[in-house]
Structure formats: structure tokens, C-alpha cells
Design a protein around this ligand. Sequence first.
Ligand code: URA
Length: 268
Amino acid sequence: MEQETKQAARALLAWYREAGVDEAIGNDAAALYAADAAPSDAMKKVAELTPLSLRPRQSAKAPDPAEDAARLSGDAVALAAACGDLTALKDAMLAFEGKAHFPAARNLVFADGNPEADVMLIGEAPGEQEDRQGLPFVGRSGHLLDAMLKAIGLDRTSVYITNILPWRPMGNRTPTMQEGMIFLPFLLRHIELSQPKILMTLGGPAAKLLLDTTEGIMRMRGRWQEINVADRSIPVLPTLHPAYLLRTPLAKREAWADLLELKQRLGS
Ligand code: URA
């Protein structure tokens, strides 16, 4: 990069910082200069202030997101099917092109706990702490999850924990269904390889993705359902996400009822 361009880039970044822009909120750069983009007033202002040398060149037609997702999900099916054990699955997920949807993610979050446990818990996606440590549910909601498990005599030696997405979405946004679908083949293979007797989903996105429904979590929670994974029928109990319980302590009553339901099923 030429000196002048570097200086301009630094000045622009400083301007963003001054304006309070300190975190990217989307995975894709906004197409400020695309012919068919309709920029907001704020975007126009940024565009005006961006030196000519830093403006993106008009590129050929951007790939269609739905086509891209379908291609990635097809690749994921083939890659996941070729994995004979959990180590191979983790390696395949590390190498998988779907990571490009999560440019800021640092560490793959594969799983934690006992892969031979009867219960597999499935959350949404890593947050900041999980991204740092490469383990699921190690932040605030993880602490609550540990306390919930303890209340029914379980811990990370007696459950296995994973997420529908192994990479942290920028800004901790909720994963989209499209992202979930891209990684679903890996999740299903993960379930197939670890062979849990019971699945418990945490929060709406995991329940919707696994049960292939649009029904709301408040209606689904606490009701046993079944899914078929590699010709094996597995009971699924959707419950509320610990992060939701942190924001809505009154809902702990419902989560407690779901935990008792799980305990009873495990005991029977
Ligand atoms: N929330 C999730 O759904 N998963 C994690 O691993 C952490 C927070």
C-alpha cells in the first residue's frame, strides 16, 4: 500500500473511532458503491468521506446467498459423512469453507463434556468467552447452565454439550436459519457419532433447526418430540436458553419444570 493510501486509511479509521464505530455489525461489507444499492444518509456521508483510493471497485455480480448456502450445505453433507469419529469431524469443521460467514470468529467451538453421556445439550452459537476459549457455554449463560445441571445431579462429566454453530457470529447476533442449515449436516453427524439417548435443545433456534419447525420456543418447551438421525429415533426436549433466563428470571420456573422432566426420563 502506498504511503498516501495508508495515511488515508488511518485517517478514516480514526474518524470511525471518533464517531463511536468500534465494532463491525455485519459479516458482509455494505455495497456503498454498487449501482443497485440504496445507501442511507449515514452511508452516503461515509462514502463521501472515503478517499477515492480506498473505494471498492465495482465487482462482477455478487454470489446469490441462497445458492451459496445450498452449495455449502451440500459440501457439509459430504464432508460430515466422511468422518469416522469425533476428531475427524472436528478437523473437517475446522477446514470447512462455511467459516467464511464468521470472519471475526477466533476459535472453533466444537463441544465440551462427556461424548459418551446419555444426554446431549444443543445451544445456539458461541459468545465472546466461548470464542476465546474454544469451549461451549463457559460465559455467564454457561455458569447458569452448570447450576441448572447441578440442581438435577448432572455436570459436564455426565452431559455432552455443543451448539448448532461452531463459530461465533459477529456481535453475538442470533444465528440465521440459513447459517444453521449450512452447519446442520455436521451437527447431525455429531449426534450420530456420539449416540446420545436424549437431546435437550436450549433456546428457539436450536429447537427450530433440529425439529424443522417454525413454532415458538414458548409453545415447544417441555414437550417431548422425536427426531431421526441415521435411522435412530431420539427423544428431544426443547427448553429455554440460559441467556434468556438471565434476562427473564421469572422464566426459570418453566426451565426448572423442563429439567425435572429430563431427570425423570433419565431415571426411567
Ligand atoms: N450461548 C450458546 O448458545 N452457546 C454457547 O456456547 C454460549 C452461549
